[in-house]
Design a protein around this ligand. Structure first.
Ligand SMILES: [Zn+2]
Length: 420
């Protein structure tokens, strides 16, 4: 039995068998399955995961409930033991925490992005995919104090950022200014009759106007226009939520936890629940992330923590692009570069996804996700491969997202006895 655990989440891991000529499985996988189409996980070359599968147990997991399509934010909260129906603060606070912003109770946070507007018409939702450095230089134009409300804006990558409203009596129950498509800049409206919602939506509309004027007057935008580039002359907000502290991971589970991730959301979720977030050079949350660096960071974190959550994003990104071959190749890369490092740690290892992002649909779905759990001296269910189909026959059976932390705590001998 191990006394420490690693939870590896490959975002959007689960999938359906992929039809069509786009996909070409390795010859050995074809032999094994005849001419049936394969899922990307089946088609990937992954001797290391399969070795773990033959030593451990797998099952199929519904992260939230059967048939529910999880967002990455709610899925991760659930997997870490924080039921989203009780603890989900909205996307904004998680993004703000992920960007390294400090939040205090009562702050209202949004996802935000630079855009190009002409009057109140949005002509480019990403301001021509603004360069991260230029966004950093424009950041100060969106940090303003208006009456009793402080607006704190932080640019993150390219056109993206997070906006925090700090002040008394705010509410997150307001509509976004980002219409999610080209069209007109929306006016934020209160979504309940309370004073807080009205105050907050008024403040956002005032902020939008003020900041658009400041950005329009910025010499950086004058320079961009001269060069024929789109000016970054507006900030759009969406995904608002109010921050309220939650019980810390160590109180919740009685163990210490660390996070190794590149994507801001996953760092944000981890900070939200009070885990230590490691700064890993080369971990980018993209297809070119440094998997070996993540593995090394996870081993280092295990020296001082009972539990390490490792997140890999690109499996989901390939799925959203509909690129099943790319997804399979990336899983092969994880198998080659990350799994051997994690496997040699001696910790209990749990490998799963947060939801199934189906390449053919280019979106999240409610299909169950394969989950694999193995530990030295643990039970084996006799499955020789790790994939959606083997998982149907696996010893873990059907698992819910909320079962995952209890399963892990039991594996490392930290589950509390029920009764005596
Ligand atoms: Zn996800």
């Amino acid at each position: 039995m191990a006394d420490k655990a690693i939870l590896l989440i490959m975002d959007g891991l689960g999938d359906l068998p992929v039809l069509g000529s786009q996909f070409s499985a390795p010859a050995n996988a074809k032999r094994a399955t005849g001419n049936r189409p394969l899922t990307p996980l089946q088609a990937a070359r992954k001797p290391n995961m399969d070795k773990l599968a033959s030593a451990g147990m797998q099952g199929l997991m519904s992260t939230i409930k059967r048939g529910i399509v999880p967002g990455s934010d709610t899925a991760h909260l659930q997997l870490l033991g924080y039921g989203p129906e009780k603890y989900y603060p909205g996307r904004g606070p998680l993004e703000a925490l992920g960007a390294g912003m400090k939040l205090i109770e009562g702050d209202v946070a949004f996802r935000a992005n630079f855009a190009t507007i002409s009057g109140d018409r949005i002509t480019d939702r990403r301001a021509g995919r603004l360069d991260s450095q230029v966004a950093k230089q424009l950041e100060k134009e969106a940090n303003v104090q208006m009456e009793s409300i402080q607006f704190i804006f932080k640019a993150t990558s390219e056109h993206r950022g997070a906006l925090v409203l700090r002040g008394a009596g705010l509410s997150a129950n307001v509509s976004p200014t980002d219409p999610h498509h080209l069209g007109f800049l929306e006016t934020s409206r209160p979504l309940d009759p309370g004073e807080g919602a009205r105050k907050t939506s008024d403040a956002i509309n005032e902020f939008t106007k003020t900041v658009a004027a400041r950005l329009e007057a910025s010499p950086i935008n004058a320079e961009r226009k001269k060069k024929g580039m789109l000016p970054a002359n507006a900030i759009l907000v969406r995904g608002g939520g109010m921050y309220k502290p939650v019980p810390q991971f160590s109180e919740m589970h009685g163990i210490s936890g660390a996070c190794v991730a590149g994507g801001a959301l996953y760092k944000g979720v981890s900070r939200f629940v009070g885990m230590d977030v490691l700064d890993v050079k080369g971990a980018t949350g993209t297809k070119s992330t440094d998997l070996r660096a993540k593995g090394r960071a996870a081993l280092e974190a295990l020296k001082t923590h009972d539990f390490v959550f490792v997140h890999v994003k690109a499996t989901d990104s390939f799925s959203h692009d509909g690129d099943a071959k790319g997804k399979a190749d990336f899983i092969s890369k994880v198998d080659k570069e990350l799994i051997p490092v994690l496997a040699k740690s001696g910790a209990a290892l749990i490998i799963t996804g947060d939801h199934s992002t189906v390449c053919a649909r280019k979106d999240h779905t409610g299909y169950e996700v394969p989950i694999l759990a193995c530990e030295e001296g643990g039970r084996s269910d006799g499955q020789m491969k790790f994939d959606e189909i083997s998982a149907m026959r696996g010893g873990l059976g059907h698992v819910r997202g909320k079962d995952v932390m209890p399963v892990i705590l039991n594996m490392i001998g930290k589950a509390r006895m029920y009764g005596s």
